[in-house]
Write a protein that binds this ligand. Structure first.
Ligand code: IVH
Length: 672
């Protein structure tokens, strides 16, 4: 590469990194994986090193990150708050140890091991021993000022204790704010009782609680702070991490009790295993252990990379899994008539969330996993959210139940079921109550008409009471009728009626998605809405015209035409349209999707769709599909002949879905 080419490429890379920093740090919506980002970053670093004359103070390599969001006042940290290099494998820890032993004489390589608390990292600044400022990590260089919120946390000393050690003039402490698991559960119960969304895990709950503009809300949440590092001190009377932790304790901070000194890899492994065993008994969530060089001057000698210290390493735990027993396997009929076997399990808590049911996808999947009623199974939460039955656990002397059989007749309407490939389907599309419940729910779901208060329970009641025979009947419901339903008072009845009324003005794409046309998910609905602009143009389009739309193939075009040609559908649609106040064609991307902020990697071929389509579908739910696996990847979907990405995913302990699992979850997410 000559100099002009290098200049151009450097410019391009800097722009790319700036853009992605902005997406990640300001918009909270990254588009590329950490690994891809790291690749771009390293390329830029290498080019700048090769062409020092092209270096520039405004290059992203010259700082740790990007700009913080603007809700709270930005605060510059007294020293960069770096993040930790991490991995779930013992080999990676061995390499970390080896690197240090190459850089330092053996006797200086010994460690302090600590639990890795799963909360929110903060900087606490003390001037002459008094807390003057607290901020979130932000981009590592600048965070958001959350002083008032942090002050409400009782385990944060407002003034340092100085009977054991004097307070430096300026001191910046780094620590973690966590929400206790019991407090998390109580908080979620309270939120749900108030009709609000619960938090997915204690970390989100801690972050959400701290980033409240109103500090009285933070104060009402059971937050706790743990200190683990001195980020900056105008003077510091210690030379090891161990002494640092003692000093922090002396100043009045809470410090993990489970800290230990270790020198060899064996000792580190024993610590890791020991903490993993205690994991469930600890009052707060941890997601691994942190290993730090004890010798503080040695830390300065080994230094940092642009983002991680070379003197510390996070040894992560594999995903949470628990054992429980399958109480029953019940066939559940969805809105499209597909009957899904669902495992009902003895409730078990996995990482702060109680799990009692998990989809088993279809009868082939049940056979493949060979699970039956009464079996002990290992259940894990994929990507921190969806419970999955991982495998059956063999039990000696346990007498097993009968093999699961799909019923011959629909459990909801009694119609004889049909087998279509691996799926079992109830063909009674317009007479089956379970399908109607599913359709009502889907019509009102967040990505369709977004009718608050129209969840599964309500949909069931409406169908049971025969208030709704067809989806359009929703628009005829009166508050008087609704008050007859169990759990409905005047206020909730009025609220639902007005929510339904508000839904009469909506976007064409949402309406289209809400119809539940086979094969037409959120993404396709959006493409169709954009291409045709009106319902009339779409419903009268022939297959040749339909396949012109990007993402619509001949099979899908056929299904769309069939749908509109079916007399029940046509009549329902006419009625629905008579209630609508006009439908607008949208331009903006999906928001508030079921997979907001999640990252997917696809590896290997999928049978049922192209990888491009798979990507589109998860993107329509708010997720990102990227090319390489990193710690930040939430889901890896492994098809036929998966490549090394699968190995990488396994070594990182990530959630891996097979095609059947992916399809079933997709159906759930899209229908949510
Ligand atoms: S030390 C530069 N110690 O893990 C190293 N971090 O990236 C400073 N964390 O953002 C971090 N427990 O929020 C350290 N005992 C512990 C920790 C810990 C949790 C968090 C921290 C950091 C993340 C890893």
């Amino acid at each position: 590469m000559n100099r002009d080419e290098a200049r151009e490429r450097i410019h391009e890379l800097r722009e790319l990194i700036r853009y992605n920093d902005w997406l990640y740090y300001v918009k909270d919506a990254p588009e590329i994986s950490d690994a891809e980002y790291d690749g771009v970053f390293k390329e830029l670093q290498a080019l700048e090193e090769a062409h020092p004359e092209l270096a520039s103070p405004d290059s992203p390599t010259q700082r740790v990150g990007g700009q913080p969001a603007e809700r709270f006042a930005p605060v510059e940290h007294l020293a960069p708050m770096l993040s930790l290099d991490s991995d779930a494998s013992a080999e990676a820890v061995a390499r970390f140890d080896e690197r240090l032993r190459k850089a330092l004489p053996d006797e200086r390589v010994s460690f302090v091991a600590e639990p890795k608390l799963d909360g929110l990292s903060v900087e606490l600044v003390y001037e002459d021993g008094v807390l003057t400022r607290a901020s979130t990590r932000g981009d590592g260089r600048q965070g958001e000022g959350i002083t008032e919120n942090v002050k409400t946390i009782r385990s944060v000393p407002l003034k340092l204790r100085t009977d054991g050690a004097a307070a430096p003039q300026t001191l910046a402490i780094r620590g973690e704010i966590v929400l206790r698991v019991d407090g998390f559960e109580a908080l979620n119960e309270r939120l749900m009782a108030e009709g609000k969304e619960p938090f997915a895990n204690p970390r989100n709950a801690a972050a959400g609680s701290l980033r409240q503009l109103d500090p009285t809300i933070s104060a009402s949440r059971p937050l706790e702070a743990y200190a683990y590092d001195v980020l900056f001190a105008s003077s510091l009377p210690v030379r090891t991490q161990w002494e640092t932790l003692e000093l922090l304790r002396a100043w009045g901070f809470r410090v993990s009790e489970q800290i230990e000194r270790a020198t060899t890899l064996d000792e580190l492994a024993a610590y890791h295993a020991g903490i993993m065993e205690q994991r469930d008994d600890l009052p707060f969530e941890i997601d691994g252990v942190v290993i730090k060089l004890d010798d503080l001057p040695a830390r300065d000698e080994v230094g940092t990379t642009s983002r991680h210290p070379r003197w510390a390493f996070a040894w992560k735990f594999p995903p949470r899994a628990e054992l429980t027993r399958i109480l029953s396997i019940i066939p559940s009929v969805g809105r499209t008539g597909v009957v899904t076997p669902v495992a009902i399990m003895r409730p078990v808590e996995i990482g702060g969330v109680t799990v009692s049911r998990a989809t088993l996808h279809n009868r082939e999947e049940v056979a493949r996993k060979d699970v039956r009623e009464g079996d002990m199974v290992r259940v894990q939460r994929a990507g921190d959210v969806i419970p999955q039955v991982v495998e059956r656990v063999e039990e000696e002397g346990h007498e097993r139940g009968e093999e699961f059989r799909m019923p011959a007749e629909c459990p909801s309407c009694g119609t004889e079921l049909e087998e279509r490939g691996p799926f079992t389907v109830c063909p009674n599309s317009f007479g089956c109550p379970a399908q109607l419940v599913g359709r009502i729910q889907h019509f009102g779901s967040r990505q369709a008409l977004d009718i608050e208060g129209l969840g599964e329970e309500t949909a069931k009641l409406l169908v049971e009471q025969e208030f709704v025979h067809r989806v359009p009947d929703l628009f005829e419901l009166t508050a008087d009728q609704l008050t007859e339903l169990e759990g409905f008072a005047e206020l909730s009845a009025n609220n639902l009626v007005s929510a339904i009324d508000r839904a009469r003005s909506t976007e064409l794409a949402r309406f289209l998605h809400g119809l539940g046309i086979p094969e037409v998910g959120v993404a396709v609905a959006r493409d169709l809405a954009r291409a045709f602009g009106t319902m009339e143009a779409l419903r009268t389009a022939d297959e040749e015209t339909l396949v012109q739309v990007d993402g619509v193939g001949p099979i899908m075009a056929g299904r769309i035409n069939e749908f509109f040609a079916e007399p029940h559908n046509a009549a329902n649609l006419d009625r629905l349209l008579s209630y609508m106040r006009g439908l607008t064609a949208p331009e903006r991307p999906a928001e508030g999707g079921a997979l907001d902020g999640k990252t997917f990697v696809f590896t290997g071929g999928l049978e049922s769709m192209s990888r491009g389509d798979a990507k589109k579908r998860v993107e329509a739910l708010g997720a990102k599909a990227t090319g390489s696996v990193s710690k930040k990847t939430d889901f890896v979907v492994a098809g036929e002949d998966p490549g090394s990405k699968l190995d990488k995913a396994e070594s990182l302990g990530l959630a891996v879905l097979d095609e059947a699992g992916f399809l079933a979850l997709l159906a759930e997410w899209e229908g949510e």
